[in-house]
Design a protein around this ligand. Structure first.
Ligand code: PLP
Length: 409
């Protein structure tokens, strides 16, 4: 008996490599030369690195910004989030970090800020930052002190989109330095009118390799004065170490492909996501979709099938070769409660059942049909086990996958 084709629905954790990234990296692997070397070999690699850098800022619509390559978004956040990062009003001292309660754990560390200098800004029940609360915090900053505001553009667990244009305006008004984690937004949606002083990216979320990311800053409004990694002065002295030129070209090629295909790709994965939610809702009216009333990334669904715990669901789906997540990838290996859902005031017994699906460029209707079939089988069995007297659940759900496939066509 042949094993069923594995199905991957966990793009927010990491994306499969895009074909263009694979091709660009294969070509780069044949190039020898340190990009800092003066000879022709080094210059050829330098040229590839600089082309990739220019391509990344162009794709983001941030041509006047500077991109510094790092080992990933975690390192980029650790580099940016320190009081020594200069913001607008250079004569002011940075004293405080305001950070959304639903930020990725890599940002929540606060890095260079002491714990007492970090203020968590609340979100509402849909996961949207309470912008009035941020405004009050910024208004209360003493004269000659400056704040750093760190808010992600799109949440990795729920896909909820933060009002980054309004946050940009607030930061501009109060002279705060806005650091925006765009890891989940890049390649999926344009930045719009938002103009954060610092933008954080990760290669493996856009279909590039892992181990590469970028800190992108507007030199008019931000300066990184204390590098995290010191050494040979590469990357304008902001991040030492020989550049990972293979990763860099793969990252740029992936972002290029994602940007070029963005509109069609996001519409297509949005239909898959909507089909899943509609089918689940039709058959499990108690279904809870997190962030449903907020603007969301079209590829992401975070939901709970009450009574069907995430740990059981993940295990059962994994046995049928289907990969989804229970929350952020960093914690899904441990299946612990999500700080994102806790900040949204979701009760622990509901959060325990939270599952995250995230689709991407290679996701198909067949994936959705198989996923729904396995998910509903598992949910039905768990309900029957919990309520042996409700023997009719299997019958009720017999039509479930049929209608799901119908919806997806
Ligand atoms: N920020 C967000 C929103 C993420 O989803 C992740 C990864 O899950 C990170 C930061 C960290 O990215 P990296 O794996 O490149 O360190």
């Amino acid at each position: 008996m042949t094993a069923p084709k594995p199905i991957y629905c966990d793009y927010n954790a990491t994306s499969p490599l895009r074909p263009s990234a694979r091709e660009a990296m294969a070509e780069a692997m044949d190039k020898v030369g340190n990009p800092s070397s003066i000879h022709g070999f080094g210059r050829a690699v330098r040229h590839a690195v600089e082309q990739a850098r220019a391509s990344i800022v162009r794709d983001l619509g941030l041509d006047s910004y500077r991109a510094i390559f790092t080992s990933g978004a975690t390192e980029a956040l650790a580099t940016a989030l320190t009081p020594s990062t200069q913001g607008p009003k250079p004569d002011h001292t940075t004293t405080r970090l305001f950070i959304a309660a639903t930020e990725h754990i890599a940002a929540l560390q606060g890095h260079g800020f002491a714990a007492q200098a970090v203020t968590m800004v609340d979100v509402d029940g849909d996961g949207l930052l309470r912008i009035e609360a941020l405004k009050s915090h910024l208004q209360a900053m003493p004269d000659h002190e400056r704040a750093v505001v760190c808010v992600h553009a799109a949440n990795n667990e729920t896909g909820v989109l933060q009002p980054i244009e309004a946050i940009s305006v607030l930061c501009e008004t109060y002279g705060a330095l806005f650091v925006c984690d765009m890891v989940q937004l890049a390649g999926r949606l344009p930045l719009g009118e938002a103009m954060p002083a610092i933008v954080i990216l990760s290669g493996h979320k856009v279909g590039g390799p892992s181990g590469i990311g970028a800190l992108i800053y507007d030199p008019q409004r931000a300066q990184i004065t204390t590098p995290l990694i010191r050494g040979g002065g590469q990357e304008r002295g902001v991040r030492a170490g020989t550049e990972n030129h293979i990763g860099i070209v793969g990252f740029a090629a992936a972002l290029r492909e994602a940007t070029a295909n963005r509109v069609n790709e996001q519409a297509r994965v949005g239909r898959l996501r909507d089909d899943v939610e509609a089918s689940l809702l039709a058959h499990v009216p108690e279904l809870k979709i997190f962030g449903q009333d907020a603007p969301r990334l079209s590829n992401t669904s975070c939901f709970a099938l009450p009574g069907y715990t995430a740990s059981l669901a993940l295990m059962q789906l994994d046995l049928t070769g289907i990969a989804i997540s229970s929350g952020s990838a960093c914690s899904s290996g441990k299946v612990k409660h999500s700080h994102v859902l806790a900040a949204m005031n979701i009760q622990p017994e509901t959060a325990e059942c939270a599952l995250r699906l995230s689709f991407g460029f290679a996701s198909t209707h067949d994936d959705v049909a198989r996923l729904l079939e396995s998910l509903t089988k598992g949910w039905t069995a768990s309900q029957e086990q919990a309520n042996p007297s409700h023997g009719k659940i299997s019958e009720k759900n017999a039509t479930f996958t049929q209608s799901a496939v119908g919806n997806s066509a």
